[in-house]
Design a protein. Structure first.
Length: 170
């Protein structure tokens, strides 16, 4: 009798064909999983930055703004002391942190949060006029999922999952 020490060519080709079929089925699911993870990370980063702005305003006793880079939150944002509540960092105003662009994520703010969000030392978010500021950010991935960050009238921030909005690109 012959002793087999390995696989024959036909057996090896069958195994490779089965692996190719399995991978072709798994890759689209993995891509969706990766997009959903990017969305979760981006939502958490923006949520944390808004919380940092509010907390820093309260603890430092200074007015703090978080502003979108070039008017687009997906391109990143800066956090700085904003004593005149104009949403623009002046050379004399201290930069506290900056965040880089969000990869493969779109961010659509409401009209009051388009450029920046400003926090008073009391922890309230206000508009340039001094009126209270409440609003939201809709974060979209290329998958069928979206996330929303909501700022209430007291300046508190919460995160919620959102249905795919018509604003989100498909």
């Amino acid at each position: 009798m012959r002793k087999h020490n390995g696989l024959g060519l036909i057996e090896l080709l069958v195994v490779l064909a089965v692996l190719a079929v399995a991978l072709s089925l798994a890759v689209p699911g993995f891509g969706r999983l990766l997009e959903e993870h990017r969305l979760q990370v981006a939502t958490q980063e923006l949520h944390s930055a808004l919380n940092q702005a509010r907390t820093t305003a309260v603890l430092s006793g200074q007015p703090i703004s978080i502003a979108a880079l070039d008017g687009n939150w997906a391109r990143g944002w800066t956090l700085f002391v904003d004593s005149n509540n104009n949403g623009v960092r002046e050379p004399t105003e201290q930069l506290l942190s900056a965040h880089a662009a969000l990869a493969h994520i779109t961010v659509t703010p409401d009209s009051t949060s388009r450029r920046y969000v400003h926090y008073t030392p009391g922890g309230y978010s206000i508009q340039p006029s001094g009126a209270f500021h409440s609003g939201h950010f809709l974060l979209c991935a290329s998958t069928l999922s979206a996330s929303r960050i909501v700022i209430n009238r007291a300046g508190r921030i919460r995160q919620e999952s959102a249905e795919m909005d018509p604003v989100c690109p498909r």
